[in-house]
Design a protein around this ligand. Structure first.
Ligand code: AMP
Ligand code: MG
Length: 378
């Protein structure tokens, strides 16, 4: 691509050898013998002393080896029929290849254009269309069922009573699923009893989803039935991880469907989604690149941890050539505002209980790297 050599400017196709030594003192005069609009195939041979008017994107005629932009010429006369100048005067030297897009300049047969396992971005779609390709095999979007559990939960849109809270996780998790290329199917809210949890999970089975993501009901509270139902009606493969937030995370399957039991606190649900659900979705989507962008940052403040692998809500900024990080607000796992205000998770490795200011840690970026503000001081 391009498949044929073509002009990159509106101008005149010429033979550079006619115009090698020209200058304002010794201009050259060429006879314009053809007009080449874009989309036509020029057959007229351009001989010595001749030129053809050519439009951007039109194929170069035989004999020509350069284009001179119209603004570098002076019309001497004008052909009423073709609209082409009958003669042009040129006062600037022209070299072979000027203002040409030679065949194969962009890419050639055999070049690697797109990698399997990557997302199709708008530019990729454009490149495929350039090749005339309107259909490519893709992985289907995963269908992910989302459920919440808890007697205190009220769906957004209904009034909350005393002691009740809105179900934040269903909508947040479905947004995360959509952001990562999946299709979220909201199953609703299971009440804190075995029967309700089972019937909501069965809805996911009926919908033939690829996986089920639930939140809450996996702790050691008296009314935590989700884990119990998985244990009895499915397979509980693991429960509790060395993570902060996110410790009560459970994983297994329900009637053969992979099941991710995220903790109920919204920040814990978000972190365990990123750590466990996202990699699984990437596998389902055949996506080979990892979902998380990691940067190495320097702590602006000392940080205490409890020895679990921790994902703290952080704020990172550029400062005099380095990425520096501080905490983004109250680190409670129920507090979504600090997560909203954060632009990264600061990852404190397991086994580490305190880090002095100036330590280097990994940060998982929440937005894109361009969103990191510059807070340099001079
Ligand atoms: P649980 O694991 O059921 O003990 O829930 C832990 C905490 O998360 C409790 O404070 C719940 O009220 C809260 N929680 C559970 N589910 C949700 C939800 N869908 N949206 C917001 N908070 C929730
Ligand atoms: Mg609960």
């Amino acid at each position: 691509m391009p498949a044929f050599s073509n002009s990159s400017m509106d101008g005149f196709a010429v033979r550079a050898s006619d115009l090698a030594g020209v200058s304002p003192q010794r201009p050259a005069h060429l006879h314009v013998i053809a007009d080449i609009p874009a989309g036509t195939v020029p057959f007229t041979m351009i001989g010595p002393g001749e030129a053809a008017r050519i439009m951007t994107g039109a194929a170069l005629p035989p004999g020509a080896d350069a284009v001179i932009p119209v603004e570098d010429t002076q019309y001497k006369s004008f052909d009423q029929d073709t609209g082409a100048a009958g003669h042009i005067e040129i006062a600037k030297p022209v070299f072979a290849g000027d203002y040409l897009r030679p065949a194969g300049q962009d890419f050639r047969s055999g070049d690697l254009l797109l990698r399997a396992g990557s997302d199709l971005r708008p530019a990729d779609v454009g490149l495929l269309a350039t090749l005339g390709i309107g259909f490519v095999p893709v992985n289907k979007r995963s269908r992910v069922a989302v459920l919440s559990s808890g007697d205190e939960l009220v769906p957004v849109g209904q009034p909350v009573g005393p002691g009740e809270i809105y179900d934040a996780n269903s909508l947040m998790l479905s947004a995360l699923i959509h952001q990562n290329g999946g299709e979220a199917l909201l199953l609703g809210i299971a009440r804190d009893n075995e029967h309700s949890v089972r019937s909501i999970l069965d809805r996911g089975v009926d919908l033939d989803v690829d996986m089920i993501v639930s939140s809450a009901g996996v702790s050691i509270g008296a009314y935590d039935y989700v884990r119990q139902v998985i244990q009895e009606q499915g397979n509980l493969q693991l429960w509790r991880v060395n993570l902060r937030p996110g410790k009560p995370f459970a994983y297994g399957d329900y009637k053969g469907i992979p099941f991710f039991g995220l903790p109920g606190n919204p920040v814990s649900a978000y972190v365990t989604f990123e750590v466990f659900v996202l990699p699984a979705m990437n596998i389902l989507h055949g996506r080979r690149q990892s979902g998380n962008r990691v940067a190495s940052v320097i702590l602006r403040q000392a940080i205490e941890s409890d020895g679990r692998e921790s994902y703290l809500r952080g704020w990172i900024a550029r400062s005099n050539g380095q990425l520096v990080a501080s905490l983004a607000g109250h680190q409670g796992s129920a507090n979504l505002k600090a997560l909203v205000d954060a632009n990264a998770f600061l990852v404190i490795p397991s086994g580490v209980k305190s880090l002095p200011a100036g330590s280097r840690v990994d940060a998982w970026l929440i937005g894109s790297i361009e969103d990191i503000p510059d807070e340099s001081v001079d």
